[in-house]
Design a protein around this ligand. Structure first.
Ligand code: DP6
Length: 352
């Protein structure tokens, strides 16, 4: 937009307000080094790194309507969902200081996920990333500039920490780490030095437990506040990331597997040793883990597992082994999934 047009646009905006409607698709992500524990305002206790996914995503359309008494309306999969509004309202309140233009707008939000609602796949990362992109798109329109992806990640983080990593891909780090230039606790940045094998990575999400988990991530993060192993865990995550970075550059899959699996089990070890303690893994989770390790030992195929804060197992492998790994899932692992259900996903490049 040239300067004159921009000035006209701004004065028109001042007088009449400006309606704007935009649609964004943002994917979920799966952490290799886990974010677990945080400080106000959404500052991670340790840095993390994740694969951005592509097939598990949220589509969000936001229509911004100028209004003297702004409100938020929300439809989820075509139906009004007033119960979702308080979370969005507190997000909007929280970011208003960074997006003062939001004050004059009502937000009509329509959102849907590509994955089933009760699949046990968290939608907070993809959902908050899509909403943050919509807001940054309004900002870009108002200022006549490009969408600021760093700001989108910054805003998404204030909605849900892991959402910061869903803006770009295929590998995103978030949180200060001494070995990552430009790393920040405030937003995520793409890790651009990875070996090409990691661009081909697949993630089969085995749905061991659909439905809502017994302890939310918010509660889990809080339990790290007085956790006896918190400091060791934060140091371990920093150390794992320091070891993982050269492995990501060099493509050494044995070391990749060792670090990634240890991270998943360390995350759940924190839950097992919290007060009160809790267990999100199910018997099927452990059976799948054992079988993946046996299969790897027997075949030398570099397949490994990771877990998020739930019972589902993410099976990670390079695309060239897809057929063998899908056979393993169909023949042995799907039996441990609810309704034998799993989703095949792969690395992607972030929000659109
Ligand atoms: C285990 O990002 O869901 O998936 O910031 O409270 O929204 P909030 O937490 P959230 O925590 C994700 C935890 C994790 C690990 C990870 O994604 O790094």
């Amino acid at each position: 937009m040239n300067d004159q047009l921009l000035e006209e646009f701004k004065s028109n905006l001042k007088e009449n307000g400006f309606s704007y409607c935009t649609t964004h698709r943002a994917p979920s992500n799966i952490a290799l080094v886990k974010y677990w524990g945080k400080y106000d305002p959404q500052i991670p206790a340790n840095p993390s790194i994740s694969f951005t996914l592509s097939k598990a995503f949220t589509d969000t359309t936001v229509s911004f309507e100028p209004s003297k008494s702004p409100e938020i309306n929300l439809k989820f999969e075509g139906e009004a969902k007033p119960s979702f509004i308080p979370k969005i309202q507190s997000f909007v309140d929280r970011i208003e200081i960074y997006c003062p233009y939001l004050k004059g707008y009502s937000l009509n939000i329509e959102t849907s996920n590509s994955f089933p609602h009760s699949s046990g796949i968290a939608s907070s990362a993809s959902g908050m990333a899509a909403l943050a992109m919509a807001i940054c798109s309004l900002e870009a329109k108002l200022s006549g500039s490009e969408v600021d992806l760093k700001k989108a990640s910054f805003l998404a983080r204030l909605g849900s920490g892991s959402a910061a990593r869903s803006i770009e891909g295929p590998l995103m780090s978030w949180g200060f780490h001494k070995d990552i230039a430009e790393s920040s606790d405030l937003f995520a940045t793409p890790f651009l030095e990875a070996h090409p094998i990691f661009n081909t990575y697949q993630d089969a999400i085995l749905l061991v437990h659909k439905g809502v988990k017994s302890v939310s991530s918010t509660v889990g993060h809080n339990l790290m506040n007085n956790h006896p192993f918190a400091n060791q865990r934060f140091a371990q995550a920093n150390d794992h990331l320091a070891k993982l970075l050269p492995v990501l550059r060099g493509g050494e899959l044995d070391q990749f597997i060792e670090i990634v699996e240890l991270e998943a089990l360390s995350l759940h070890a924190m839950m097992l040793s919290s007060t009160p303690s809790y267990i999100l893994m199910q018997p099927g989770t452990l059976s799948i883990i054992q079988r993946i390790r046996t299969f790897r030992a027997e075949t030398n195929i570099p397949v490994c597992f990771t877990l998020d804060a739930g019972a589902n197992v993410h099976v990670l492998y390079p695309a060239e082994h897809k057929r063998r790994v899908i056979d393993l899932i169909d023949n042995e692992l799907a039996a441990f999934c609810e309704d034998e259900q799993y989703l095949i996903d792969e690395c992607g490049f972030g929000a659109k």
